[in-house]
Design a protein around this ligand. Structure first.
Ligand code: HPA
Length: 236
């Protein structure tokens, strides 16, 4: 069924959707990791594909940057296409000094400066948390593959260029692992609509100190993360 931001017919999406921010990343995942992938939506060039991975049906689509964009696509995927699981595959800025570029961060919980969850929850604070049945196998697979992985809180900011100069230091003191722009919103929507959600992130830069992955290193890191997610979701 077509919806304002998805021009896909009924049944076009699999129960599980991987959601990178960048639609070209979705195309890359579809073309390099999935079998028989077909483009199923392209409104505003926000490309989405459905194919199989080791015989299991899976979709991958771009969600854009930030909570508002991500939630438009997540909402329509779940409401209009019956999607059951959304795994964001994204990047983040590392906050803790012992995080290295390329490390994986699994967002167990997400704080935010966004108001979206308070809007949903009548002004109260919402505990934005990942789906444990999604998170646990990814953490296990990462450890089994000896991939550096951390599980904990991230901060989902509406502002990439944040005016509060003290924010990053405070987040670091409070043990936040990384900063990104989507997890808290996705987890709130998951609670409201009743789907499972997880954000799996690759550390691509350090907040507050020099050093960032090159475009090629990002691509390799995100590819490895995507493969790990596919393996853990569909094994067993
Ligand atoms: N801030 C917010 N989002 C991000 C960052 C960052 O430093 N790096 C990757 N995504």
């Amino acid at each position: 069924m077509s919806s304002p931001h998805l021009n896909a017919p009924a049944g076009a999406f699999a129960d599980t959707v991987l959601l990178p921010g960048d639609p070209r990343r979705a195309q890359h995942v579809a073309e390099t990791l999935l079998t028989d992938a077909r483009r199923v939506t392209d409104v505003r060039n926000m490309l989405g594909y459905t194919g199989t991975w080791r015989g299991r049906r899976v979709s991958v689509m771009g969600g854009g940057i930030g909570i508002p964009s991500t939630l438009i696509y997540a909402h329509e995927l779940v409401r209009d296409h019956g999607v059951k699981r959304i795994v964001r595959i994204g990047t983040c800025g590392g906050l803790q000094p012992d995080l290295e570029l390329g490390d994986l961060v699994l967002a167990l919980g997400a704080g935010t400066d966004s108001n979206v969850n308070r809007i949903r929850f009548g002004g109260y604070d919402f505990p934005a948390t990942a789906s444990w049945p999604l998170l646990e196998p990814v953490a296990r697979a990462a450890r089994a593959a000896s991939r550096p992985v951390r599980v904990g809180n991230v901060f989902s900011s509406d502002l990439f260029y944040h005016p509060d100069a003290a924010l990053h230091g405070r987040l670091r003191e409070l043990g936040f692992l990384a900063i990104e722009m989507e997890a808290a919103g996705l987890y709130g929507l998951a609670a409201e609509l009743g789907f499972e959600a997880l954000s799996v992130l690759t550390v691509t830069d350090h907040v507050g100190r020099p050093g960032a992955m090159t475009a090629a290193e990002r691509a390799t890191g995100v590819d490895a993360m995507t493969r790990l997610v596919l393996e853990s979701l569909f094994t067993g």
